[in-house]
Ligand binder design. Structure first.
Ligand SMILES: Nc1nc2c(c(=O)[nH]1)N[C@H]1C(S)=C(S)[C@@H](COP(=O)(O)OP(=O)(O)OC[C@H]3O[C@@H](n4cnc5c(=O)[nH]c(N)nc54)[C@H](O)[C@@H]3O)O[C@H]1N2
Ligand SMILES: Nc1nc2c(c(=O)[nH]1)N[C@H]1C(S)=C(S)[C@@H](COP(=O)(O)OP(=O)(O)OC[C@H]3O[C@@H](n4cnc5c(=O)[nH]c(N)nc54)[C@H](O)[C@@H]3O)O[C@H]1N2
Ligand code: SF4
Ligand SMILES: [Mo]
Length: 743
């Protein structure tokens, strides 16, 4: 019996926003989509403004989309595959993992996840039950830094607010929503500036966002901590902070006051290469135009050692201007009313003896099991528990090295889900040799990515519109959104959840995989709030009213105000946890310029490279298969200033090499407004039209920004293990000449 043609509510999943769509379904296939005005983001203009949403029907039917499990039959990377059934693949993977565990211990299995895309707790649950602590992701340089820093400072992560009717000042710090957010935030920013709000943008590039700013501070890359300390200096010395909040609720103001005397505006002006008057003006705006909000992005997360310092100084800035728990500025998130991520992960099942084997556990201070426990001791007094495995991941660089060398023990197997490490992790060549050394590589994806080309098994995943979705902010806030699938998975695609469950069942985990389907899990997750799946889907949103000033509530046990979930019960301007860890309790500017002091280095690499600034319509390494999008944005771009272009006679549109000490990659030069010494390249570029086998691997060696980056463990920040994607010494030259240096 064929299903009747229908228009069904569902959600786009081509980025993290899950916009509500109406899908026209004919005979089990989606033939058209349009925005659903009744579900998030409630405004068809927003979804229509996103080029990607239109490709949903083609995304389901694209000729290169994976439809059946593939098993490698030739040499690794040879591109020779045979198709097999899911059952054959799962049986073989389970057997091989069982053998490897017996021979090398459970820690021999690593996993890789990507950005906010799929539902990752099933992977974490499997790993905990299997016994391996070696999950990796990109958390160190995306999301985790803010979660950790705000938890250290305020006792829990912060949610920023931006309300054009309330907010008077907004600082956008190292983020460019004009390109990275095609949804609500960018529209809200535009409305905010139209209504006369003061927008301060801190970015070395004159982005589309910066062009809307009342004040753009194009600082020298990597000097954000100095700038934030300069703001603090101006605000404190001019008495513009909130004395009542500081007296009642902040800990460590006096040492802070002494400390920031080292950062007067003139000194900060020299460090950041900005006019001192602009620094003071921005500080005054932020402190006096309240409510003032602060939104930061990857520009601050991806500057290596200076990132935590900058984020700490920014948190302090928020605190002393009483910018938390203030409508229009920000609020502390809440623990969810529904089942939180941490209870889905089952970390308690991972024995202590396995936790200590996590790669990096003995060197990284916070992003480890012991770091987590140290912080959790305080948050759980307030009945709050952060997700576990995102914040305790192994260090990727050590994982690649263990694959390659067997040191400190062999990593022989990896399962990659919703990530493409050859494009998104630092040092693609290291990753290539690491993946080539494996006994077993399994990749779950929609397409045969360069990473998948090296796999033993590539498994076809059911994706956007083919599966229900439920996004829950990893359990750090009380919000859930999502909706139903429009159609059943096409061909032999299955959900990621089905894979982990089926593999788990084959590895003696049956009793922990009680839900037969993803939808059944989602229904149980939401059950505590009294919503069944269908009623949830009607609006696609669970978001109870925000709570403010929870710290003032009286704790019935003590009769005292609850305070903040930090060791002192106050907002920790001076972080006692960081002090205990031997890390700076007050933020400092500490430029990481060791490479530049090597003889000849500065002369050889006179420019400063940013990698990864987002550009529409792509998302990380995705969507290069879609001709509609390629026509819109055909080439990987390197932005340079007209001064630099003139100096080495580069024309707009010319192909150039960008080279660092780590390697080189080719981009099309785009001359634009950017600091003169800065080059900014896109990331995620490969060419699905090229050979899907060695040596091409889909063009992964041509324009891949991560050929230029490195994350050597020894040079990473000791607190979280962050590596830099921005602020790297580089040089550029014409692509048709071999090694012409910048004079
Ligand atoms: N140089 C540089 N590198 C960077 C960055 C940068 O700015 N500069 N940014 C970093 C950041 S912030 C991030 S978040 C990462 C992103 O890095 P990743 O998340 O690894 O992103 P992709 O490289 O696009 O890989 C995602 C893959 O998952 C597949 N996929 C999408 N959805 C699903 C799903 O639901 N299930 C499965 N199984 N597969 C799915 C896609 O087809 C794609 O191949 O990159 C990081 N890397
Ligand atoms: N179209 C599109 N949208 C995306 C993504 C995508 O790949 N494509 N990726 C998604 C993901 S995973 C993420 S994490 C978000 C990221 O969202 P954003 O953080 O908004 O992303 P970016 O465009 O990388 O913005 C970082 C900005 O920081 C600037 N910057 C670089 N170095 C420095 C520095 O040292 N200091 C300061 N202050 N600024 C600096 C860059 O010039 C850039 O404009 O976007 C998401 N949205
Ligand atoms: S912003 Fe665009 S790609 Fe992202 S979910 Fe919404 S419609 Fe899809
Ligand atoms: Mo990200």
């Amino acid at each position: 019996m064929t299903a009747p043609d229908q228009t069904l509510p569902t959600n786009c999943r081509l980025c993290g926003y899950l916009c509500g769509l109406l899908a026209r379904v004919e005979a089990g296939h989606v033939v058209d989509v349009k925005p659903d005005p009744n579900r998030y983001p409630y405004d068809p203009h927003i979804v229509n403004g996103c080029l990607r949403h239109r490709i949903n029907p083609q995304f389901l039917e694209h000729p290169q989309r994976l439809n059946q499990p593939l098993k490698r039959i030739g040499a690794r990377g040879s591109g020779r595959w045979e198709t097999c059934s899911w059952e054959q693949a799962l049986d073989d993977i389970a057997q091989r993992l069982g053998n490897l565990r017996q021979q090398f211990g459970a820690e021999t299995l690593a996993t890789s996840i990507g950005g906010a895309r799929g539902v990752y707790w099933p992977l974490h649950r499997f790993m905990n039950l299997f016994g391996s602590p070696n999950n990796i992701g990109i958390g160190q340089i995306c999301w985790n830094p803010q979660v950790w820093v705000n938890t250290l400072t305020f006792g829990w992560p912060i949610e920023y607010e931006l309300d054009p009717d309330l907010t008077r000042c907004a600082v956008l710090w190292g983020t460019n929503p004009a390109e990275s957010d095609n949804s609500l935030l960018w529209r809200t920013i535009c409305q905010f500036t139209r209504q006369g709000g003061s927008l301060i943008v801190i970015d070395p590039r004159q982005t589309r966002t910066a062009r809307r700013a009342s004040l753009h501070l194009p600082l020298k890359p990597g000097t954000d901590a100095a700038l934030a300390l300069g703001f603090l200096h101006a605000i404190i010395s001019e008495g513009l902070y909130d004395q009542a909040f500081v007296n009642d609720w902040c800990q460590g103001f006096e040492p802070l006051q002494d400390h920031i005397s080292q950062y007067p505006p003139e000194k900060v002006a020299a460090l950041t290469d900005l006019p001192a008057s602009d620094i003071v003006q921005a500080a005054r705006l932020f402190a006096t135009q309240r409510p003032a909000t602060q939104i930061s992005g990857r520009g601050v997360d991806q500057i290596g050692a200076n990132s935590v310092q900058a984020l700490r100084a920014m948190a302090i800035l928020r605190a002393i201007t009483a910018g938390i728990d203030l409508p229009g500025a920000s609020h502390l998130g809440q623990m969810p009313d529904f089942i939180p991520e941490i209870d889905l992960e089952l970390t308690d099942h991972l024995p202590e003896s396995q936790r200590t084997k996590q790669l990096g556990a003995d060197q990284i201070l916070l992003q480890t099991y012991s770091g987590y426990e140290r912080v959790n001791a305080f948050t759980q007094r307030h009945a709050r528990r952060l997700p576990h495995r995102y914040l305790t991941s192994a260090h990727p660089n050590l994982v690649w090295r263990a694959m390659q060398t067997g040191d400190p023990y062999p990593i022989k197997a990896m399962i990659v889900m919703a990530s493409n490490p050859l494009l998104s992790h630092a040092d693609s060549r290291l990753i290539y040799t690491a993946l080539k050394s494996l006994d077993l590589l399994v990749v779950l994806d929609y397409f045969l990515t360069p990473t998948a080309m090296l796999a033993d098994y590539v498994l076809p995943v059911a994706g956007t519109l083919e599966r229900p979705v439920l996004q829950t902010d990893a359990g750090i806030s009380n919000i859930a959104y999502g909706g139903p699938a429009a159609i059943s998975p096409l061909a032999e695609r299955r959900t990621d959840y089905d894979f982990w469950r089926e593999l788990g069942i084959r590895m003696d985990q049956e009793s922990y995989w009680q839900w037969p389907s993803l939808q059944a899990c989602f229904a149980d997750i939401l059950a505590p709030v009294g919503l069944d799946w269908d009623s949830f889907c009607a609006s696609g949103l669970y978001a109870p009213p925000r709570l403010y000033h929870q710290h003032e509530n009286i704790d019935p046990a003590t009769g005292e105000p609850l305070g903040f979930a930090t060791p002192s019960g106050k907002v920790e301007l001076y972080s006692t946890i960081l002090e205990q860890l031997g890390y700076d309790p007050l933020p400092v500017h500490s430029p990481n310029e060791t490479a530049l002091t090597k003889p000849g280095f500065k002369e050889n690499y006179p420019l400063t490279l940013l990698t990864g600034a987002r550009q529409q319509p792509y998302y990380a390494s995705e969507f290069r298969q879609f001709s509609q999008l390629r026509t819109h944005h055909p080439h990987p771009l390197a932005e340079i200033s007209s001064q630099t272009a003139e100096l080495i006679s580069i024309q707009d549109g010319e192909m150039i090499w960008v080279e660092t000490a780590n390697g080189r990659a080719r981009f099309q030069a785009k001359i634009c407004e950017i600091r003169p010494e800065v080059v900014s390249v896109e990331y995620g570029w490969w060419f699905p039209e090229l050979e899907a086998s060695e040596p091409d691997l889909g063009g992964v060696w041509v324009s891949n920004a991560n050929l230029l980056t490195t994350a050597e463990f020894e040079t990473c920040d000791p607190l979280l293990g962050q590596w830099p994607y921005n602020g790297l010494p580089c040089r550029i030259y014409h692509a048709d000449s071999s090694h012409m240096k910048l004079a």
